[in-house]
Write a protein that binds this ligand. Structure first.
Ligand code: GLN
Ligand code: ZN
Length: 757
């Protein structure tokens, strides 16, 4: 009979209990026992929501990050974290975020953070050298296992597999990470033995690396690893997700493990051939409920597909979500203000488990046993499919009418640049910022009170205008050349536009962990996108009225809106992106009509939308760049278009960045010491560039000398007449007291360069 299981559950808590507990602990306002108790309570609650499943994940809970947990389990810490005396949890937080609670040990450099595959979840990167050693420390996992077993939970411990673990890390000394595999595997073998000794039958071993393109070395590493681990007593369920196995199907099917989990949402076409390849003793777990998105599963269609497979596979068929439910909000029932019609189309983590239960019961007892559930599901799915709220003929017509020249500027860059220079009369090495200024407690409070209905729109508007006026005053006093209004009215650069565009809705509690205690609430894009009214013009025009200096209009670009929202699964991402592009284009043209001479369209998340397989990059970059161009390029030659990207790996996509044809791009650079400018070594980027000279993710205030040094480095690669001076990213998370001196240093660094010639 089919087995129903889960791969992982959100851990932050329905009310973000973990976030608040962590932050209280880090402020030194509660003892570690209290934090531990809250963690245990969350685990118990989350297990009890899953208790009826045949197997329940254990070890998916984390106080910060599951990759960092794995590093601790493997006894693999960078040198600066070794020999710590005190509570190991404090050492864990030191590595996670640089420090723990006050008085719990010296701060150290935090581990680097990077995105977990193509999600918006960040993990702490393992650091490897040729001398890396591993030593099992299974206590966290074993304790949680005991907890679960005591509660009568049918526990399936979850760990990251050795090959993916190695692949996720960064080598610090140029050595070969794969050379560490023979040292790593005995620790895994020991861990599996300890789990077996504690009565575990199945262990889920996550190897999402298998959905990426592998070189022969890495393929070989999989074989070595699993042939080494096969003699253990536990059964391994090798879990892959976030995409299709494709050319790795044969490899995955033949690794000596007891079962394989595959993503049947993104890799459905792979499943039939895979069944042919799979040795007949192996379990096949199919991820049939989307763990990355918020829509209800079409249960009847899924059953049409599953029933013949169930017949064929019998007991060997397991069902699960496509990946851990970490990437979706926890419980739809907590949404009280969501439009009921849209709500009826959605499923969050708790509801996704219900869908699995229905599928399981239908396969075990026949569809009649879940007739009512299937009927309700079919009605919801059909209602969504045909809803006039999803389909807007005006938008569809506008998409059909997109023509190639909509994405083309009227003249080439050199012509535009001359016209813009004549109009804007900026000095050499012009200075500017990326958009946001500090979001002070007063702004947040004003917004909270307005949203709670405690103050009216006029009072809120007045509070924002006061803040804009202050921001303009400060920038004039600093002597910046191109000013911004400061984005005080924006809680978040995606949410702000999501609130105003038709086709989007927002949740109250739809939090998803981004890193550590930080969560985001991605807006839900459910229907054709349209801009009912201007979204940003008023604030920008007001800000411009306060100064003679040029004021930049600030927008979020279509690709970033797409990548940071939950988007439709009933049309392609590229179609959705084009709709967003048309909406932003209208805003751009309205800004231009309102007299705004410089418009910045942020594409902070363009890079992270890259598919996991390189062979699919060009296709994505093609429509992503086209969408940006549609949004941006309808303006006159005199209007200067800016874009901003907050990352530093550039080399591999520089040609696409250039194809966006923005007049100026600003990029992150300070932390990597302009390393990313290497990209410009082999590729002559044709337009203007502002490489960030101020690392705004750090509370440190850089000196003018440090910034001059960075600028001089940049000036070797970028002709001075095309070099801008700006910070790495927006300043919203910083304090005024930090940014004022830093920006003053930045302005004097630019002046120094001008004087030198
Ligand atoms: N304009 C935005 C800001 O300054 C850009 C933020 C980002 O790139 N993440 O806040
Ligand atoms: Zn940025």
């Amino acid at each position: 009979m089919v087995i129903i299981h889960n791969l992982g559950f959100p851990r932050i808590g329905a009310r973000r209990e973990l976030k608040f507990a962590l932050e209280t602990y880090w402020r030194g306002e509660c003892p570690s026992e209290q934090l531990q108790a809250i963690g245990a309570d969350l685990r118990h609650r989350h297990w009890s929501l899953q208790a009826d499943l045949d197997l329940v994940p254990v070890g998916d809970f984390s106080f910060y990050d599951h990759v960092l947990d794995m590093s601790f389990t493997l006894g693999h810490l960078p040198e600066r974290a070794l020999g710590f005396v005190g509570n190991p949890l404090d050492n864990y937080f030191r590595l996670a975020r640089g420090r723990s609670a006050p008085g719990t040990g010296e701060p150290i450099a935090a581990g680097e953070m990077t995105k977990w595959f193509d999600t918006n979840y960040h993990y702490i990167v393992p650091e490897f050298t040729a001398a890396s050693e591993f030593e099992l420390n299974a206590s966290r996992l074993l304790e949680q296992l005991t907890e679960a077993q005591t509660l009568g939970i049918k526990a399936k411990p979850v760990i990251i597999g050795p090959v993916t673990y190695l692949a996720l890390g960064k080598v610090k000394d140029g050595s070969d990470k794969l050379a560490l595999l023979p040292r790593l595997l005995p620790v895994y073998a020991e861990l599996l033995a300890r789990l077996a000794a504690q009565g575990v039958e199945w262990v889920q071993i996550d190897e999402p690396l298998l959905v990426t393109e592998l070189t022969a070395d890495w393929r070989h590493a999989f074989e070595t690893a699993y042939h080494t681990l096969k003699s253990g007593r536990v059964k391994l369920l090798l879990a892959t997700y976030f995409g299709a196995l494709a050319e790795n199907a044969y490899l995955a099917a033949n690794l000596p493990v007891a079962g394989l989990h595959v993503d049947a949402i993104n890799g459905r076409d792979d499943v039939l051939p895979l069944i042919g390849l799979l040795p007949s003793h192996k379990v096949l777990s199919l991820g049939v409920v989307d763990g990355r998105n918020v829509w209800k599963t079409d249960l009847s269609t899924t059953l049409d597909w599953l029933e013949p497979l169930a017949e064929r596979l019998g007991e060997r068929l397991w069902l699960a979500p496509s990946c851990s439910l970490l990437h979706v909000p926890m419980d739809l029932d907590r949404e009280r203000r969501l439009d009921p019609e849209i709500k009826s189309w959605l499923a969050f983590a708790a509801q996704k488990l219900d869908e699995l239960r229905v599928l399981g019961k239908a396969l075990r007892q026949g569809r009649d046993a879940v007739k009512a559930e299937l009927a309700a599901n079919a009605a919801a799915v059909a209602a969504r499919r045909h809803s006039p709220r999803v389909h807007d003929p005006v938008v569809k017509a506008a998409i059909a009418a997109i023509s190639a020249d909509m994405g083309r500027r009227r003249s080439p860059y050199a012509v535009r640049a001359a016209k813009q220079a004549a109009l804007l009369k900026l000095p050499k090495f012009p200075t500017t910022t990326i958009g946001s200024f500090p979001q002070t407690a007063e702004i947040r409070q004003a917004r909270r009170r307005f949203k709670a209905g405690e103050t009216d729109a006029a009072a809120y508007q007045e509070a924002i205008r006061t803040e804009i006026a202050r921001t303009v005053r400060e920038q004039e006093a600093l002597g910046l050349d191109v000013l911004v209004h400061g984005e005080a009215e924006r809680n978040d650069m995606v949410e702000y536009f999501g609130e105003q565009l038709a086709g989007y809705c927002l949740t109250e509690n739809g939090w998803v962990q981004s890193y550590g205690s930080r969560c985001v609430k991605p807006p839900i894009l459910f229907g054709d996108v349209r801009r009912p009214r201007p979204m940003s013009i008023e604030w920008t025009v007001y800000a411009q009225s306060l100064t003679e200096k040029p004021m930049k209009g600030m927008l979020t670009g279509p690709v970033t809106l797409l990548n940071w929202s939950f988007v439709r699964d009933d049309q392609s991402r590229s179609d959705t992106c084009r709709q967003l592009a048309l909406a932003i284009r209208e805003e751009v043209l309205d800004l231009e009509r309102a007299g705004v001479k410089i418009i910045q369209i942020d594409e902070a998340a363009l890079r992270e939308g890259l598919p996991l397989r390189r062979s699919q990059w060009q296709e994505y970059l093609g429509w992503a760049v086209e969408s940006f161009r549609i949004a941006a390029n309808g303006v006159r030659d005199e209007t200067q278009i800016y874009t901003h990207m907050c990352y530093s790996e550039f080399n591999d996509i520089i040609a696409s960045i250039a194809a966006m044809d923005a007049d100026v791009i600003t990029i992150e650079c300070a932390r990597s010491q302009m390393e990313l400018l290497d990209a410009f070594e082999c590729y002559a980027y044709p337009n203007a560039i502002g490489p960030g000279v101020y690392d705004i993710h750090s509370p440190n205030i850089p000196s003018a000398e440090q910034m001059i040094e960075l600028l001089e480095k940049a000036a070797k690669r970028i002709p001075p007449e095309r070099l801008w001076v700006n910070p790495d990213c927006g300043l919203k998370t910083r304090q005024w007291a930090e940014i004022l001196p830093a920006l003053a240093h930045m302005v004097s660094a630019a002046r120094h360069l001008r004087m030198k010639g």
